[in-house]
Design a protein around this ligand. Structure first.
Ligand code: ADP
Ligand code: MG
Length: 678
């Protein structure tokens, strides 16, 4: 296909229009083909004047001019043309700012009119209309595209340009291997582009969109999979200390933990660097998978780095590793920004000479002065909290180190397949046995006391609780409850029950000692901001109260709720909401009440907010998808991925005759594919 023919070639596109088109991202005729109409204007049915009513004011019919007159309006002297349709129904054409129509619309002349009429004191009037000499010029009998416009652009200009592009670029070659069209029930591309712009029916328009969505997803997946190194399947042996760890555990791994650690172990043993995402809901046991596979790498003589987003979490993981791994003879180090002076020097030395096997830390691991003897495996906890550069900085510290990114933010499958197409993905769906789902209550203001009593009962059973508020103190928005005020209030409510206040403004070591005291059950409850959102693990905590729950997003609520229900004790989440909930907030709370399944919640989140909002700016690259809708097109995503996988397996080089079209298609869709980056 001639890709470079410019859009200015199309009739009626001058310099100004070209500039405006450019700001919509259109410079070539091909860009015009790829411009997706934002709607369609269905003019297939003739609609005579007396059909117009409030529900559908559209008219679309033949008329004859009867007479002219004038009236004055705010716009000045205004032309009024009276005409009748073939039923003899009268209509007045109010020609605001269109006095020139007087010359054209001569008495007795015939026209086709399209527009929206209204009935005013028994008289039909129309002021916004198109009027053409022939039916086809007026688009009557057709479905017309409605494009996004800007500046000087008009629908008419774009429709003409689209017509032109379709004929100038014809014949438009297929973009997919011949067999795929029938198999996937797609339109051939020439037809797909024509039906996209000028569909013969709404069904054909849908089919065209479906075809183009499939093509776009398929080509994107294909280009990513081609870049990704192939994987060879081979069986990896569990290492000595992995086995020791497994034998020391008081429980068995879940099926998903077994599968994920096998997948990772195979990658670690393969010469191709791993780039794997480990997805699993809060409490699904990702960390254990990380430690097991770390042992695998260490037993091969490699060093392992484990990175957490906050000092607090890093320390909690370091404590966990010390308890589980130190008895196996693993030499563990801990690094954060606050490790300084002589101890830092010693630590850096032990990394460099290889006397540390496993280092756990924050982004301090990226510092210039951190060097390893043999970093083979890097594990990133809560990967979405790190940027791409940080990940790359860590990778540079090892030679082709294997990377495992862990996330407790479940990502709907449609997004995982597209956004993380260059990752291998392992998922922990199942929860460790014996977990009882957290019971969630939506609490209105007048049920507050009841809730306090319920939490009080848990304290009598020596269980613990979190109280979460959106603010640290009552500055600014006065109607929001804040931790400082509530801390005092709760002390009166639960006299003699030990508690602490924790929020992001406390120094890290103070936060640490509070969390330690909580974990050691010296404290019964924490009054907190969402600092406790990520990763804090205290099995005896059975209640979480989240106030102004309507102000938290679904992902945050789910993370917060994941702080409880981490043992075999029944546990409770109270979502307290304020007055005047928006529809969206209501929808969120309803989802929280209905399900504990993080993947379902993520899918609902995607439905409520859409992919752009949900994944944030960082990943907005994939908003450049023109045709596919990740909220509703999961089946297309899956089929496109499956087809791309198949092609890569059969013909990675795209050398087979039937796949030759794909090389051209990848070229011509290049700009689209390149805008998608993480
Ligand atoms: P995540 O990091 O996925 O949120 P964790 O790894 O912190 O989850 O696991 C939560 C808790 O469950 C930890 O106390 C861990 O020891 C425990 N755990 C992990 N795997 C299992 C299992 N298979 N059976 C029982 N408990 C488990
Ligand atoms: Mg975790």
């Amino acid at each position: 296909m001639e890709k470079e023919r410019r859009i200015t070639e199309a009739p009626g596109i001058g310099r100004k229009a070209a500039e405006d088109l450019h700001s919509l991202g259109l410079t070539t005729l091909r860009d015009m083909l790829l411009l997706r109409p934002r709607a369609y204007d269905d003019r297939r049915e003739e609609r005579r004047i007396r059909k117009a009513d409030a529900a559908d004011p559209t008219i679309s019919c033949h008329i004859t001019v009867v007479s002219h007159s004038e009236f004055s309006s705010k716009a000045g002297r205004t032309l009024k043309v009276t005409a009748v349709d073939d039923d003899g129904t009268r209509i007045e054409l109010l020609c605001f700012n269109r006095y020139f129509l007087k010359e054209q619309l001569r008495t007795g002349s015939d026209w086709y009119i399209y527009g929206k009429a209204m009935r005013n004191h028994g008289v039909y009037q129309i002021s916004s209309f198109e009027i053409k000499k022939t039916m086809s010029e007026a688009g009557i009998g057709r479905i017309l595209p409605v494009y996004p416009l800007t500046g000087s652009l008009t629908e008419k200009m774009l429709r003409r340009a689209a017509e032109y592009a379709l004929s100038a670029l014809s014949p438009i070659p297929d973009e997919l291997p011949a067999t795929m069209y029938e198999q996937e029930n797609l339109l051939h591309h020439e037809d797909a582009y024509r039906q996209l712009h000028f569909p013969s029916s709404m069904e054909e328009a849908a089919k065209a969109l479906n075809t183009l969505a499939f093509t776009e997803l398929f080509l994107m997946e294909l280009s990513i999979l081609r870049e990704k190194p192939g994987t060879e399947q081979k069986h990896s042996m569990i290492s000595r200390r992995e086995r020791s760890l497994l034998e020391s555990l008081p429980f068995a791994l879940t099926e998903d933990q077994i599968k994920a650690s096998e997948e990772i172990r195979e990658d670690l043993d393969s010469p191709i660097p791993m780039n794997r995402l480990l997805q699993g809901d809060v409490g699904s046991g990702k960390t254990l998978v990380a430690w097991l596979t770390a042992l695998h790498a260490i037993d091969k003589g490699q060093q392992v780095a484990f990175m957490a987003p906050t000092e607090l979490l890093a320390r909690q993981h370091a404590d966990g590793a010390a308890a589980l791994l130190a008895p196996l003879g693993i030499r563990i180090a801990f690094i954060t920004g606050s490790v300084k002076g002589e101890s830092r020097k010693l630590l850096l030395k032990s990394l460099k000479d290889g006397t540390t096997d496993l280092v756990i830390g924050t982004h301090a691991l990226f510092s210039e002065d951190v060097a390893f003897r043999n970093l083979g495996y890097a594990i990133i906890d809560e990967q979405h909290r790190f940027g791409v550069q940080q990940r790359e900085a860590l990778m540079r510290k090892g030679q082709d180190a294997d990377i495992l990114s862990m996330t407790a933010t479940p990502i709907p499958r449609s997004l995982a397949l597209t956004l993380f197409a260059d990752y291998s993905v392992s998922v922990l769906h199942s929860m460790p046995a014996g977990r009882i789902p957290v019971k969630t209550y939506l609490v209105s203001e007048d049920r507050r006391e009841e809730m306090y009593r319920a939490v009080g009962v848990e304290f009598q059973r020596s269980h613990q609780a979190y109280f979460v508020y959106p603010r640290i103190d009552d500055e600014g928005e006065g109607d929001l409850r804040d931790v400082t005020t509530m801390y005092e209030l709760l002390k009166e409510k639960y006299p003699g029950v030990p508690s602490a206040l924790i929020h992001s403004r406390l120094p890290d070591d103070e936060k640490m000692s509070i969390l330690h005291a909580f974990r050691d059950r010296k404290l019964s409850y924490l009054v907190a901001t969402s600092v406790i959102e990520v990763g804090i693990d205290v099995p005896e905590a059975t209640c979480i109260v989240i106030e102004h729950a309507e102000r938290f997003g679904l992902a945050a609520l789910h993370q917060l709720r994941g702080r409880v229900g981490r043992s075999t004790l029944p546990s409770y989440c109270f979502l307290v909401y304020g007055k005047g909930l928006t529809e969206e907030a209501k929808a969120r709370l309803k989802v929280m009440k209905e399900t504990n399944d993080g993947f379902r919640i993520a899918e609902k989140d995607l439905e409520i907010r859409g992919p752009g909002e949900m994944m944030g700016d960082k990943q907005s690259g994939f908003l450049h998808l023109r045709f596919a809708d990740l909220t509703s097109d999961l089946d297309i995503v899956e089929r496109a991925r499956a087809e791309a996988d198949r092609i890569i397996r059969e013909d990675r080089g795209l050398l087979k005759a039937e796949n030759a079209v794909l090389r051209t298609a990848l070229q011509s869709h290049r700009s689209m594919i390149e805008t998608r980056h993480l």
